[in-house]
Write a protein that binds this ligand. Sequence first.
Ligand SMILES: NC(=O)c1ccc[n+]([C@@H]2O[C@H](COP(=O)([O-])OP(=O)(O)OC[C@H]3O[C@@H](n4cnc5c(N)ncnc54)[C@H](O)[C@@H]3O)[C@@H](O)[C@H]2O)c1
Length: 312
Amino acid sequence: MKKNKVLVTGGLGFIGSHIVDEVIKDNEVIIIDNKSTGKIENLKYPNHENLTLIENDLNEVNLDKVLINVDYVFHLAAMASVPLSIDNPIKSTNDNLNATIKLLNACRANKVKKIIFSSSSSVYGDNTNIPLKETEYPLPKSPYAASKASCELYLKTYHEAYGLNYVSLRYFNVFGPKQDKNSQYAAVIPNFISALLEGEKPIIYGDGEQTRDFIYVKDVVKANIKSCECDYNGIVNVASGRKITINELYKIICETLGYDVEAEYLPERKGDIKHSLADVSKMKKINYEVDLEHFENQLKETINWFKKELKI
Ligand SMILES: NC(=O)c1ccc[n+]([C@@H]2O[C@H](COP(=O)([O-])OP(=O)(O)OC[C@H]3O[C@@H](n4cnc5c(N)ncnc54)[C@H](O)[C@@H]3O)[C@@H](O)[C@H]2O)c1
């Protein structure tokens, strides 16, 4: 992607900042971020001449002004927390759904070429038809998941009614450098790494035989960029399509760190699903395929980042 003007909402967050780091050298980049969870330190080039940072809430910004001559929008800003959305469904709907509709309307008015929306595997809820295909009926279990499913419908509607191009990317468990260890998602990876590095006993809930589908943050970045560059409009799972048990994951992390520490097993958490796995065949629609060979190297990169962050 070169010589475009792009808007990254949530560009100071975990995933958004990786997108900004990747595109900033060859493109003009505008970030809108209210810093609710994001921070400027997440950016590799915070003072880059190609960067315009708007520190404000998406609901407050005059988007018609911001979107003049913008080619692509990567929309990541959201209240990205299931528990917070359960505590405050109105705020979750306002930040996630209402802000998205406002953005879609401004994209349509300004003839943006395409918007790439960060959706979530949470729209599948407890669906056990694994591997999960995009055609499965959404079964959201939280206002957060409902807002993501609703946004997907609005993106489709704006495409049908106004011709706005879009891809909704349903991320599974994303991991990598810059992830907050208190995040609601693949928190298991930052939690294991930070507990081991800080000399605490890592906790596994249940028997550890539950499975997850992990995807490296840099693969999520590539999926976003590929989505702009293709002609496809629709929903695509973004995952590795490979399941791994929490016990296996823990073993790999211990081996990579060279540690031999027993994890502490606590009772299963209410609401945790047993198995999560994506059908990734639709990723070819965006001309992207995850290379499964690199999982251990990706964990190493993540561990090295945590070592630096925790000054170990
Ligand atoms: N991390 C994952 O595993 C995962 C999985 C599925 C979906 N997602 C989705 O991907 C996107 C990015 O997630 P993340 O993990 O990087 O989260 P994050 O919390 O690190 O990033 C979200 C960013 O949006 C900003 N933001 C929030 N509300 C805003 C608002 N109203 N106006 C302006 N800025 C606002 C925050 O300050 C933050 O910088 C989110 O939409 C999330 O729902 C993430």
